[in-house]
Design a protein around this ligand. Structure first.
Ligand code: ZN
Length: 279
């Protein structure tokens, strides 16, 4: 396989996480070939995501800036096409086959964030555009978010969640139902909605670096200059200096180590994953 060297490097970096028990409930992340737990069905999670996405569209203020929204859609369409094309050309099953891509721009300058729900439902907050600054910067963040969905990280996490919730139920019974009472009283807000689908809880470190790695590959295949990724992270670091960490930093733990690994991957990815189509 032509991506052997890179993949080995990636696996060295994240460590080879095996599912251990429940081996038959595992799938393999394409390209990185990391094994992941997957008990929940993709169809079920995508259906849930679609419902939550519709609720978020009603609750949040949509931006009226069509120019910016169109740029987001254009970058997204290019990444969509390149990802499918890459898997087709390499005779691998296209992980986005059941996706119904959709893009929204949420008018909120305070949130420097973006996410991609399972099934390709994407949101960018206007606050993020001050950090991405240009098309290449936008593509690097969107590549990362799309990578979380392509690698089915939410399925993996929801599957782990089931194991945890079985544990919680046992604890709930032991505590006389106090955990479920507290949950009913909390009510559901935007954060609650996002948390249900696993967007607002931090992805784990392996998933984060996997999304960094695959995101660079997808943006490069789509013909974007992925060297901008390092600059985006440096701008993010600068913008959040001395302030409360924004949502994006909570869900995307930024470290010097992360920027360093991105720097280490860029040259090889540019050579191994050149633009797959002519734009
Ligand atoms: Zn991420």
């Amino acid at each position: 396989m032509k991506n052997n060297i890179n993949r080995r490097k990636f696996l060295e970096y994240v460590g080879c996480g095996c599912c251990g028990f429940l081996l038959n409930q595992c799938t393999t992340v394409p390209i990185t070939e990391r094994r992941q737990l997957s008990i929940i069905s993709e169809a079920r999670l995508n259906r849930q995501a679609t419902q939550i996405y519709e609720q978020i569209k009603k609750k949040e203020k949509m931006s009226t800036d069509l120019k910016q929204l169109n740029e987001i859609k254009e970058v997204g369409h290019r990444i969509e096409e390149s990802v499918s094309e890459y898997f087709n050309q390499n005779d691998m099953p296209d992980p986005t086959l059941n996706f119904q891509w959709e893009y929204i721009l949420i008018d909120n300058k305070k949130i420097k964030n973006a996410w991609c729900m399972p099934g390709g439902k994407i949101a960018v907050y206007t606050g993020l555009l001050e950090i991405t600054k240009n098309t290449n910067g936008l593509a690097s963040v969107m590549g990362h978010e799309i990578a979380h969905a392509v690698a089915k990280h939410s399925i993996e996490r929801a599957s782990r969640g089931i194991l945890i919730s079985i544990g919680t139920q046992v604890a709930d019974i032991a505590s006389g139902g106090k955990i479920s009472q507290a949950r009913r009283a909390t009510g559901i807000n935007i954060d609650g909605l996002l948390a249900q689908i696993g967007i607002n809880n931090p992805f784990n470190r392996k998933q984060e670096s996997e999304a960094d790695y695959l995101g660079l590959i997808f943006a490069s295949l789509s013909g974007y200059d992925i060297r901008e990724t390092v600059k985006v992270w440096e701008r993010m670091k600068e913008a959040t200096k001395g302030k409360e960490p924004p949502v994006w930093m909570n869900t995307h733990p930024s470290t010097a180590k992360r920027i360093n690994s991105i720097k280490g991957w860029i040259q090889e990815i540019i050579l191994q994953y050149p633009p797959i189509k002519i734009y």
